[in-house]
Design a protein around this ligand. Structure first.
Ligand code: 6R9
Length: 674
């Protein structure tokens, strides 16, 4: 239902604002046990020392960790050779390795019966476990099957599959033979798949008959057939079973399961150079066609290995639960490569947070005894709309670290995660990073013992990361309170290597704007305590009467209201002020009240907490989540901006939306508002 100035019966009492207390780091970073390598680093006794060492002696730092954490076929002879101006990054030069060996073989040799993957299937209470030995067999079989079908080193392979052991084996099978995988989120429409196939010159597509998410069937094979009909490059489609439904057959189809079952369980790993491509992953830029972000072998492997260990305090024996889909970078780095390279047990979550009810995550945490839980703020916000009993009826005592990624986490979501889910006992870790950074770049952990986590901010750079705040004048601002473009000063091992087939665009997007720096596209503030607070995409920054105002900050205030589940604020043109904020507000389930009153309350709150200029005059209310989100949970503000100014015809490409139907509801709501 969309609310348009309707007066609803009861005004709910406004709860007092949650005063945040932050959390102490419960467990943590124990320097000498977790990083025995520090013996080699002079004068390092704390996290601060180690971070300082990592940025003042990057080659010594990364070289030492590269030698001890990666199994090499041939040792590297130079740590790095980088040039920010040319967007040229080479790490561990001369080294040779195979990433699948680092993720599987070395653990299968030591702990063959240890569980590597726990597949939490869409169907509630259905899990499947795969040990390291079984994973090694499967990866080798997939690799042999690919080779037998003509896939060679350097070929691009599209993986259009649901999260599953077979999909993980497909990624690692590509890595084993040196093929480059391009995972395309299962659920993207045929046009998006075709565009990605075409851009990468993909000859081989791996898929399943169908997939299921939240009980809903998605016709993957049918989508592939449509996409393949539009592309000129595809030579073969390997189809594995997920539901077993009868789906049409084309001359390009090969039965993936059958071919894998017949293949040998040993596959000699390809010898890869450190800088050979490992994978490419398309990011949904807000404008232009998607960019195929390229990552290479050794640097990416080392960085995801270290961040998974230290940001999440991963300890041997932990069950690591990152619920991201493999179709986006979080799934690559923290479902597959990071945890497996550390020999962890990693959870593959195929379902949705509210299926079959809003207790799904917590039921899973209890059953699988998950120790680290990693999800997106959008998931948290959707759950806090429901009764806390959906959380509290489960035993969540296994949890130690709760983390979030994808967008700024607002205070209300952070507090709920901390108190209701974590019972006040877990570290809550906001982690900032991007497809392009390859791994977590800013997060509260690791830290020194006893350090406090400041709620809802990412806080501290990881080893080797030097954030820089660039002002409008193009100069770096190091003062407390500085606010500007979030850049990184010095390359790190997992920085993206290029945009596939378009290095010029790579330079243009990330390196030309602030020469000598990597520009992330996000805004950041250095708070008075010297911690970093990400403020959202720079293109979400409004300029109201010449004053720079991040949308995220206004949303944070609105979201704190007890009746509000989620909001999105966009800047729209204003004759005098240049821009003014327009707010889309989703109320919580069961909220019945006077919407005019709610609007007044929210405006009052924003005025009080930020300033008069930040107050949205126009507000759109709905009681179901109709914000247009991408598959990875990011709000497509471009669409909201157009709808706010009645440009319904010019919404651009909406095919990457998780629920394209919301657009029509938004348009109807906007018309009703007037
Ligand atoms: C990992 C991932 C990257 C963009 C990034 C930023 C936003 C991610 C965030 C965050 C504030 C956080 N973002 N984490 N903003 N706080 N903790 O999400 O990669 O899909 O490439 O998106 O997501 O805007 O630039 P990707």
């Amino acid at each position: 239902m969309i609310w348009c100035r309707s007066i609803l019966p009861v005004v709910r009492q406004i709860k007092s604002r949650w005063i945040s207390t932050g959390s102490r780091l419960t467990s943590g970073f124990s320097l000498s046990t977790d990083i025995p390598e520090i013996e080699n680093f002079k004068g390092v006794n704390s996290y601060k020392d180690l971070h300082k060492f990592s940025i003042t002696n990057p080659d010594e730092f990364w070289g030492t960790l590269g030698r001890s954490r990666i199994d090499w076929m041939k040792p590297f002879d130079k740590v790095s050779e980088c040039d920010m101006h040319k967007g040229s990054f080479k790490w561990f030069l001369g080294g040779q390795l195979n990433v699948s060996v680092n993720c599987v073989d070395r653990h299968a040799a030591k702990t063959p019966d240890k569980v590597a993957l726990i597949w939490e299937k869409d169907e509630p209470n259905e899990t499947e476990k795969v040990t390291y030995k079984e994973l090694l067999d499967l990866v080798c079989q997939v690799a042999n099957c690919l080779r037998d079908n003509g896939v060679k080193k350097g070929d691009r392979v599209a993986i259009y599959m649901p999260v599953s052991p077979m999909a993980v084996a497909a990624m690692l099978g590509c890595a084993r033979i040196g093929a480059i995988h391009s995972v395309v989120y299962a659920g993207f429409k045929p046009d998006s798949l075709a565009e990605r196939i075409e851009d990468a010159g993909v000859e081989t597509v791996l898929t399943t008959d169908q997939c299921v998410r939240g009980g809903e069937v998605i016709e993957l094979k049918k989508n592939v057939d449509e996409a393949v009909a539009k592309s000129s490059t595809v030579k073969r489609v390997l189809v594995s079973k997920r539901t077993g439904a009868e789906v049409g057959k084309t001359p390009l189809d090969i039965d993936f399961d059958e071919a894998v079952a017949k293949a040998s369980k040993w596959c000699e790993p390809e010898v890869m150079n450190s800088e050979d491509m490992l994978f490419m992953l398309y990011t949904s830029g807000s404008t232009g066609k998607p960019k195929g972000i390229v990552h290479s072998q050794a640097g990416y492997l080392l960085y995801t290995n270290l961040t998974q260990k230290f940001v999440f305090d991963y300890q041997e024996g932990d069950i690591f639960g990152c619920v991201a889909d493999i179709g986006w970078i979080t799934g690559h780095s923290y479902v597959v490569y990071g945890p497996l390279s550390n020999g962890a047990t990693t959870v593959l979550f195929e379902s949705k947070p509210r299926y079959p009810d809003p207790g799904r995550y917590w039921d899973m945490v209890e059953r699988l005894k998950i120790n680290q839980f990693y999800c997106a703020p959008t998931g948290i916000r959707s759950l806090l709309r429901s009764d806390n009993s959906f959380v509290q009826k489960y035993d969540l005592s296994s949890l130690r670290v709760l983390a979030s990624v994808g967008e700024p986490i607002d205070h209300e979501a952070w507090e709920w995660y901390h108190t209701v889910v974590g019972g006040g006992k877990c570290d809550v870790v906001d982690s900032w990073w991007q497809t392009e950074t390859g791994g977590i770049a800013i997060a509260p952990r690791p830290s020194g013992a006893g350090d406090k986590i400041v709620p809802a901010i990412a806080m501290r750079p990881f080893f080797g990361i030097q954030p820089a705040i660039l002002g409008r004048d193009g100069k770096e601002d190091t003062s407390l309170g500085a606010n500007g473009a979030c850049c990184i000063k010095y390359p790190w091992p997992s920085i993206a290597r290029t945009i596939y087939g378009d290095h010029e665009r790579f330079l243009e997007t990330y390196f030309n704007k602030y020469p000598g720096y990597y520009f992330s596209g996000d805004g950041v503030r250095l708070n008075q305590e010297g911690y970093y607070q990400l403020t959202g995409r720079m293109d979400d920054v409004m300029s109201i009467s010449g004053i720079r105002q991040g949308s995220a900050e206004v949303e944070d205030v609105i979201d704190e209201h007890p009746d509000v589940s989620e909001s999105a604020v966009v800047g729209i043109p204003h004759e005098i002020k240049g821009e003014e904020p327009f707010a889309y507000v989703i109320t919580k389930q069961g909220v019945t009240g006077d919407i005019e009153q709610l609007k007044t309350d929210l405006q009052h709150k924003v005025r009080e907490r930020i300033a008069g200029f930040a107050v949205p005059r126009q507000m759109f209310f709905a009681d179901e989540d109709i914000l247009p989100k991408t598959r990875s949970g990011k709000i497509m503000r471009r669409i909201l901006r157009k709808i706010a100014v009645d440009e319904f015809e010019e919404l651009g490409d909406t095919s990457t939306l998780a629920e394209p139907a919301v657009v029509e509801k938004l348009i109807q709501g906007r018309i009703l508002m007037k």
